[in-house]
Design a protein around this ligand. Structure first.
Ligand SMILES: [Zn+2]
Length: 305
């Protein structure tokens, strides 16, 4: 506990005026031991540092698996070593990204050569290419080979599973994909859901904080009550997996945020005054982690309304 508090405090101090993207990658890095957790029917997830990685590991076969998102190079390498120690993973059928952010794609280079197909939403591929260019890192990482705009699907070679990727409209970014293992009925949401923590929002990459709530509703209607969702991030002591109940709760957070900011703006409250007086959003008290992001949420909503 002390260790974590210390970590958070020193991170916040060290960051100073760091750009949001690097704040983002550091803020969500819990000090967790690298761990693979299976959910059901060969589908599981890996947590270390960065956004949760989704996994399909066909029983007893080192080939034909899938990796969804890749955290950072070091964490991706640790995962690859863990899988190889277990005799799993000499070749992948699929590497896919839920969106372009560095804490979900930084390790793409570790898995890209092992994967027969490498897929993202078209806007995520563009966002990734733009980011690499902006940071003078063009060519440092292979880009997704296959892109889609609404739907994409493939059957995995063990004959037991189908992966379907679907875009429900701009939300966290303009290129978000929900990646569903149909048979297991497990869906990776990437950063479409921050479990009980203030979300990062990226309007510069096509994100839309107003549309986000309706995207959550569409997702809730499209999958079912038995679907297990993997979340990109969660507040300390909250899980990175959950159900449609958690989707509904996050949708509520976004709706209450909109209502709250709209009312304040109408009353002539400045963004600075609103940020100064807000600790939680009325109606969504469970969202109380990630203070800096709370201010960003207020500001992006304020500007969008
Ligand atoms: Zn993200």
């Amino acid at each position: 506990m002390m260790l974590r508090r210390h970590f958070l405090r020193t991170s916040a101090l060290a960051l100073g005026a760091a750009p949001l993207t690097s704040l983002f990658s550091k803020q969500f890095n819990a000090l967790l031991a690298p761990q693979i957790t299976m959910i059901r029917d060969n589908v599981g997830f890996y947590t270390n540092r960065g956004g949760s990685i989704g996994l399909y590991l066909p029983a007893g076969k080192p080939e034909g698996g899938a990796v969804i998102d890749t955290q950072f190079p070091e964490q991706a390498t640790t995962l690859l070593e863990m899988l190889r120690d277990q005799g799993q993973l000499t070749q992948l059928s699929l590497l896919a990204n839920t969106h372009h952010h560095g804490d979900h794609t930084g390790g793409n280079g570790v898995f890209a050569d092992l994967a027969k197909d490498y897929v993202s939403h078209a806007r995520a591929q563009k966002n990734l290419a733009d980011n690499l260019k902006k940071n003078d890192r063009e060519g440092s990482m292979p880009l997704p080979k296959t892109t889609f705009t609404t739907d994409w699907s493939m059957a995995l070679p063990d004959g037991k599973e189908r992966v379907t990727m679907k875009h429900f409209g701009p939300a966290h970014t303009g290129g978000d994909a929900v990646i569903h293992f149909e048979q297991a009925n497990v869906a990776h949401l990437g950063d479409l859901l921050f479990n009980r923590r203030f979300p990062y929002i990226d309007p510069g990459a096509g994100g839309d904080i107003i549309n986000w709530a309706s995207v959550m509703k569409k997702i809730r209607k499209h999958y079912d009550r038995d679907t297990v969702f993997i979340f990109g991030h969660a507040a300390e002591s909250y899980a990175v997996t959950g159900t449609s109940e958690d989707l509904k709760a996050f949708e509520n957070y976004l709706n209450y945020l909109r209502k709250y900011v709209k009312k304040a703006k109408k009353a002539g409250t400045s963004i600075e005054a609103l940020q100064a007086k807000t600790t939680t959003i009325p109606g969504a008290p469970e969202w109380r982690f990630g203070e800096r992001m709370r201010n960003v949420n207020l500001q992006v909503m304020y500007e969008a309304l």
